[in-house]
Design a protein around this ligand. Structure first.
Ligand code: GLP
Length: 243
């Protein structure tokens, strides 16, 4: 695993954007696996800046996002589709019809998951998968469990995730209780994986995920078995891992 420890959030975001930009330049028709959350926001901003400076061309890129809240439509400002449009897609020349996010509006869970698995099979493999990490070690919305779920599935969010994500909503009751997410198997199929973590609050779980036992109780720990993982974090988040 490659580790980049950057001094702060801005430096971390520049590093992550640089790695994504390199992927797009080296393979203009690449498939990017994308993530939401506060960790990648700065990297998307930097990618937009580079695009506007004429350094990047997204016209042939395909993207697949990790997850989406069940019940939220793309025009809901809390949906992950909305997040992606707002932070990246609306500002670069990516073909929106080539950007995929699980369908949160599909009430039939089996149908929604099958449709997304079909998309992943058709468009994959992902060249570069960007991942954040939840405070409990979740990746995408793969919550701690007794086994690793392989493909796209519908999950009941844990109390700690609802608690962590309520900052984006008006009231805690507004946080959806379920979400559609790529499975661990889908994530592990990516050719390379780029993990981004920031803030002291992540320090414990980052150390556990990369130095502790591989267990579905810490979903991100499975990344120890992937052959091409790059971890980028600020000093606060990597403090415990690097000692
Ligand atoms: C959310 C998302 C994850 C994300 C994680 C961390 O629950 N489903 O994909 O990686 O939280 O978010 P943040 O970067 O805001 O800490």
């Amino acid at each position: 695993m490659k580790i980049y420890c950057e001094k702060d959030y801005e430096a971390m975001s520049r590093r992550v954007a640089g790695i994504i930009a390199a992927q797009v330049i080296l393979k203009p028709d690449c498939v990017l696996g994308l993530a939401t959350g506060s960790s990648p926001e700065g990297a998307y901003k930097e990618l937009v800046r580079r695009y506007q400076a004429g350094e990047l061309d997204f016209s042939k890129v395909t993207s697949v996002n990790l997850d989406e809240y069940k019940g939220l439509a793309g025009d809901n400002d809390q949906s992950y589709r909305y997040f992606m449009n707002k932070h990246l897609f609306d500002h670069v020349n990516i073909d929106k019809s080539r950007t995929f996010v699980p369908d949160g509006t599909e009430a039939d869970e089996e149908k929604s998951c099958k449709a997304y698995n079909d998309i992943l099979r058709r468009e994959g493999p992902v060249d570069l998968q960007l991942l954040g990490m939840g405070f409990n070690g979740h990746i995408g919305f793969n919550e701690p469990d007794s086994f690793f779920e392989k493909e796209t599935h519908c999950v009941a969010l844990t109390e700690s995730t609802i608690e962590a994500n309520k900052r984006f909503f008006e009231k805690e009751e507004d946080v959806p209780r379920k979400a559609y997410t790529m499975g661990i198997g889908n994530i592990m199929q990516a050719k390379s994986i780029l993990v981004i973590v920031s803030g002291e609050g992540k320090a414990d779980i980052v150390a556990k995920a990369f130095q502790g036992p591989v267990t579905p109780q810490v979903p991100a720990s499975i990344l120890q078995f992937h052959k091409d993982v790059t971890l980028v974090g600020d000093q606060a988040a990597l403090g415990k891992l690097l000692g």
